[in-house]
Design a protein around this ligand. Structure first.
Ligand code: PLP
Length: 360
């Protein structure tokens, strides 16, 4: 069997070692004679799997006991609603920073529940950068500030964490979580859909400072109620057990790689190699300001847009999958998450060189 190099933005590549282990354990988990998918979520095996996944995640990210860790359903999109429902309290207002299409979706959802103050936006520069904090116009009445540390479609990443004083900082880390170390204590809430750097689609991870619990809007659906879910160890309803198991295998794999400092070093080198080639090529271009270039999602264009379709088709034939840009922006995009190694990046650069030599 040959596995392709998978540059999909999500659902994305998973580490081969994780898939092989899941295959080996599929019919008979640890000699118990059944699959993880068939286990009661209240039984000691599945509870143990979930507890181990949480413990490994806490160790990887350095999450203290001041924070609850939740494994919920509905992806990051469900959390676009959960954030205002759980955090507004008696405030009617929240701050959002708009750096691209995922920010826009988070804002649209929050507007169903409160007044949104867009504290800053990079829309005027076609989302090719991050607005400096010196130009942000925050509202004193805001219950929290929400931002998107990595915009998956535009390939725009903050190289810094905003300073918001006592206001809870809320981050949609779907496409950057676990790609390098972070200081969790700077955040009130971190959430991340799983299908980029964690595991299968549908699962969403929520890390919330415990002192922010206890004030959900009374209309909050039970499955989105962080306070209720924290009290029930994410098992108020039946959780996505198999996805939690796979996420746990990914966390173990990350620990085996040396943790997030080691992962961050690899990711920095992967990004440097790819942007370095794009900039030097004279054939490809990346529109994002250098300080805000994403380590995980690398969009690129060619001067002649008629070459985009042949690029993607020929890449696919060469075993390099999903290099088309998002349907809303066109061009190409390579997502180089944790499970996409330096070998994949080198194979992509070799293909890009060959394509440029033939078509340039
Ligand atoms: C993928 C993504 C989402 C949406 O995830 P769903 O699982 O489709 O809800 C939200 N925010 C960011 C930054 C993403 O990359």
């Amino acid at each position: 069997m040959t596995r392709v190099f998978n540059f999909c933005a999500g659902p994305a590549a998973l580490p081969e070692a994780v898939l092989a282990r899941a295959r080996d354990e599929l019919l008979d988990w640890h000699g118990r004679g059944l699959s993880v998918m068939e286990m009661s979520h209240r039984g000691k095996d599945m509870v143990g799997i979930a507890e181990k996944a949480e413990a490994d995640l806490r160790e990887l990210l350095g999450v203290s006991d001041d924070y609850a860790v939740l494994f919920l359903q509905g992806g990051a999109t469900a959390q676009f609603a959960a954030v205002p429902l759980n955090l507004l309290g008696t405030a009617g207002k929240a701050d959002y920073v708009n750096t691209g299409q995922w920010s826009v979706k988070a804002i649209a959802e929050a507007q169903k529940y409160c007044e949104v103050n867009v504290a800053a936006s990079s829309e005027a520069t076609r989302f090719t950068g991050v607005p400096a904090q010196s130009v942000w116009q925050r509202s004193p009445a805001a219950a929290y500030l929400h931002y998107t540390p990595n915009e998956t479609i535009g390939g725009v990443e903050y190289g810094w964490v905003p300073e918001v004083g006592a206001t809870p900082l809320v981050a949609d880390m779907s496409s950057t979580i676990l790609s390098r170390p972070i200081d969790v204590n700077r955040f009130g809430v971190i959430y991340a859909g799983a299908q980029k750097n964690i595991g299968p689609a549908g699962l969403v991870l929520v890390i919330v400072r415990r002192e922010l619990l206890g004030r959900p809007d009374p209309r909050t659906p039970a499955v989105l109620d962080w306070t209720l879910q924290a009290k029930n160890a994410s098992m108020y309803n039946t959780p996505p057990t198999y996805s939690i198991y796979l996420a746990g295998l990914v966390f173990q794999w990350l620990k085996d790689q040396g943790g997030l400092a080691a992962m961050g070093e690899v990711n920095r080198r992967k990004a440097e190699a790819l942007y370095g080639y794009i900039d030097a090529s004279g054939f490809y271009a990346n529109p994002v300001e250098k300080a805000s270039r994403s380590w995980m999602n690398v969009p690129f264009t060619v001067a002649d847009a008629a070459l985009e379709k042949p690029f993607v088709a020929e890449a696919e034939k060469a075993g390099l999958l999903y290099l088309e840009g998002h349907r809303s922006v066109g061009g190409m995009r390579a997502s180089i998450y944790n499970a996409v190694g330096m070998d994949a990046v080198n194979a992509l650069i070799d293909f890009m060189k060959d394509f440029a030599a033939r078509k340039g």
